[in-house]
Design a protein around this ligand. Sequence first.
Ligand code: PTJ
Length: 255
Amino acid sequence: MHRMEVSENHPRYRSLTIRERMAELVRDGVVAETGLIAHGRGEAFDYLLGERTIPEAERAEKVAAALMLEAINPLISINGNVAALAPLEIIALAEAVPALMEVNLFHRSEERMRKVCDYMEGKGAIGILGRSPDARLEGIASGRALCTRRGLYSADAVLVPLEDGDRAEALVKAEKIVMAIDLNPLSRTSRTATVSIVDEVTRAIPNIVRFVGELKGRTSVRKELIDQFDNRANLISVGRRICENIRESLGEDKG
Ligand code: PTJ
């Protein structure tokens, strides 16, 4: 397959090389074909955020770190896009908390499950769950309900980067704390989650790792952060910021 030549000086060098890598991983069967479409939607929202971590996202990332540290069985859910974009970041977070990692796919097949698990293990992940499901999540009809009893089924707090709305809802209904990373603040996942992190996954995860380090051994600070956080208010503030960014980019006065 022809590889595109992109100069490092190109203003969108990073974005273009990530796209190339995602396309390669579609060919390898790690990323779903529609994963590219999801990625494009994410890029569009990231553009509106200014391709940076906004203060609302940072606040949510800190609360997510606190919740993961407070949890009894914290877990990170991994799909094809997340494995492709942030494998090392995910492994670092799983080690820092510590938390379990489980592969859960929207476009599920035995072959893809194996490929995504193998891919993560090739990047150094140890103890990845998902290959041998032995439990089902209530409220989802398809194979997406399959999970492991030790992992997702028993988890009390789940970090779901790029999750689909049905599963996010099912996880909340199962009384789990759901921390979503989704660049779209309007998605059903963002509107359903306990904590909605509107940030790009490769920026969000290292931030959470940093906050985990800061919050270790500081139980009362963690509890205060969690108590004071209002997810709906934070999401409304994200929406306001996007509108402001658009107005500013187009040179309109704020007033
Ligand atoms: O690997 P699979 O089979 O589990 O499939 C994964 C995808 C992502 C294809 C599947 O979960 C899916 O279709 O997801 P959705 O419903 O399109 O939702 C993906 C959400 O993630 C969208 O709201 C995007 O805006 C958002 N998103 C895309 N890229 C990123 C992102 N959020 C954060 N960081 C990104 N890099």
